[in-house]
Design a protein around this ligand. Sequence first.
Ligand SMILES: Nc1nc2c(ncn2[C@@H]2O[C@H](COP(=O)(O)OP(=O)(O)OP(=O)(O)O)[C@@H](O)[C@H]2O)c(=O)[nH]1
Length: 330
Amino acid sequence: MRLFTHAVCNAARAAWRESFPLGGRDPARWFPGHMAKGLKKMQSSLKLVDCIIEVHDARIPLSGRNPLFQETLGLKPHLLVLNKMDLADLREQKKILQHLEGEGLKNVIFTNCVKDENIRQIIPTVTELIESSYRYHRGENLEYCIMVIGIPNVGKSSLINSIRRLHLRKGKASRVGGQPGVTRAVMSRIQVCERPLVFLLDTPGVLAPRIESVEMGLKLALCGTVLDHLVGEETMADYLLYTLNRHQLFGYVQHYGLDSACDDVESVLKRVALKLGKTQKVKVLTGTGNVNIMQPNYAAAAGHFLRAFRSGLLGPVMLDRDVLACCVDR
Ligand SMILES: Nc1nc2c(ncn2[C@@H]2O[C@H](COP(=O)(O)OP(=O)(O)OP(=O)(O)O)[C@@H](O)[C@H]2O)c(=O)[nH]1
């Protein structure tokens, strides 16, 4: 423990990169441009639904949402669910809510689908929202149909399963997976509650057609909304390291048994690889011919570093801290 405290003190004194080298990267190449079909299908199902639940990742509450959702599906009452709250640093929750309210989003709930946290609030909130939006009482026997939308891998299917588990005590109805793109089509209605009678529609994740900046692209990639190999695991690991250091989140030092925090991704990944025994034989040409040497497997180490972050082992993170810092307190 003393060792770790010492390492953190060293880290706090160290000079971290002020910015991340973004030049030459083209996020347009990371994000697939074939999601328009899903959005069209969602639009055509819109007449069947009373309300929209938009799920987004609580680690990026202010960025990366698809603006087309508001444009094409914005006619219906809208609840924003910021999921994966267990992985997010929510110390500035009030500021986040203020900022979202400024954008016209008054109905926001933070959830954790793994532990069913705050899930109980969803049905009463949406039914109240529907009743107040349509300004008439729909009666006891009517059913509600709600479409669940969002970018890939934010937990749309998990949310549906979680609501269903809580209200109906039934198992999974929608497929869940750690990779983006598990749900590929707008699904048929899934009953999630008996009283009131509520059906949810699961939909495929739809990313914005254009990513505003490289940094936003990297944040979206860290949250797993795009396949890692399209961005490059080592680039993502470097951006993760940069973010953790700037936020003074030095959990990775202890997690990987490093001597101190460090801003050089190659050194960190080398230590990660050695600790995990992830080394590989590489042929090197020397004056006496080819010799085999053992080298750290940087790709495997980067993958491990990303998985540790995504499962919360490196501590909760707020990737939108820079955006929040620009928000004016009201
Ligand atoms: N830690 C944590 N993980 C979650 C939470 N909700 C979902 N997950 C995980 O996130 C991953 C994606 O969940 P899905 O429910 O498949 O996400 P989706 O939005 O339906 O994904 P697509 O089908 O790609 O659009 C899975 O590995 C889930 O177990 C949460 O609240 N906390």
